[in-house]
Design a protein around this ligand. Structure first.
Ligand SMILES: Nc1ncnc2c1ncn2[C@@H]1O[C@H](COP(=O)(O)OP(=O)(O)OP(=O)(O)O)[C@@H](O)[C@H]1O
Ligand SMILES: [Mg+2]
Length: 242
């Protein structure tokens, strides 16, 4: 893991009318780490992801990807530079095939034929072969989670933002996705993971950043976050002991 951050947020703020959804958020993401992003419902986690990938224009602050300012770039430019997110409440095209859903991600860098071939590779990479022709609307929750990841991988990210991809999964299914995410990290990706299930977050992540009401509450190792008084008060309810 290199000391130079792959992603740096400095004073990132975003307001929706009277609501300060993100207030002066500053933290770094290290190259090759799995960073957890936690906080209560409405804390601003999804808003932060959307701001990072250019879907929300931030009001102030700076977002550096590999040292380059990306805060005011269009989403396709951010994706082309290697930063991609999955969507909370899975946004697959239900009537399209699995392959076509993944192919969409691949169109960022390839023509249709190239994207089609690459989509098959991405499906294999997430452990999904043999369902390429299935309708996305007919998938089980664990299959959908993998297809979401495959579609994001099809954009060839260096930093992948995962917004509650494990939310609908049971214990065994979660463990399989955790193994997949570890494998992606071993292949060189940097991951930021939003999940509410604390046991999963604590076991998966190298470091954790906690948000509340759009503000950074704390950042640190899982052990530090589990007993951080502000995180306990705002989110965990009690010290997390696993
Ligand atoms: N497009 C929008 N317009 C107006 N307000 C929004 C918009 N998107 C989010 N918000 C508000 O911003 C705040 C942060 O929402 P966000 O979805 O980022 O929270 P979250 O941390 O992802 O929550 P959850 O854990 O429930 O997914 C909430 O109060 C939400 O209602
Ligand atoms: Mg959210």
């Amino acid at each position: 893991m290199s000391a130079e951050p792959i992603l740096s947020l400095r004073g990132v703020s975003k307001r929706f009318g009277g609501l300060q959804a993100l207030g002066d958020v500053t933290f770094d993401v290290r190259r090759g780490e799995i960073l957890g992003l936690i906080g209560p419902n409405g804390a601003g986690k999804t808003t932060l992801f959307s701001a990072l990938v250019g879907l929300h224009r931030i009001d102030s602050g700076s977002i550096l990807l590999g040292g380059r300012e990306i805060a005011r770039l269009a989403p396709h430019r951010v994706a082309a530079l290697g930063l991609t997110k999955t969507f909370q409440n899975v946004a697959l095209f239900a009537d399209a095939s699995v392959l076509d859903n993944v192919l969409i991600g691949g169109l960022l860098r390839r023509d249709v034929a190239g994207a089609r071939a690459f989509a098959a590779e991405c499906l294999a990479r997430v452990g999904l072969t043999g369902i390429a022709d299935k309708k996305a609307g007919d998938l089980s929750f664990p299959e959908r989670a993998r297809v979401e990841v495959a579609r994001a991988l099809a954009t060839e990210p260096t930093v992948l933002l995962l917004d509650e991809v494990m939310a609908a999964l049971n214990h065994a299914e979660t463990a399989e996705i955790v193994a997949l995410l570890r494998q992606l990290r071993a292949e060189g990706l940097t991951l930021i993971v939003v999940e509410h299930h604390m046991k999963t977050v604590m076991a998966l992540c190298d470091r954790i950043v906690a948000l509340s009401f759009g503000r950074l509450l704390a950042s640190g190792s899982p052990a530090e976050i589990a007993r951080h008084p502000d995180v306990v008060a705002a989110y965990l309810g009690r010290e997390y002991v696993g």
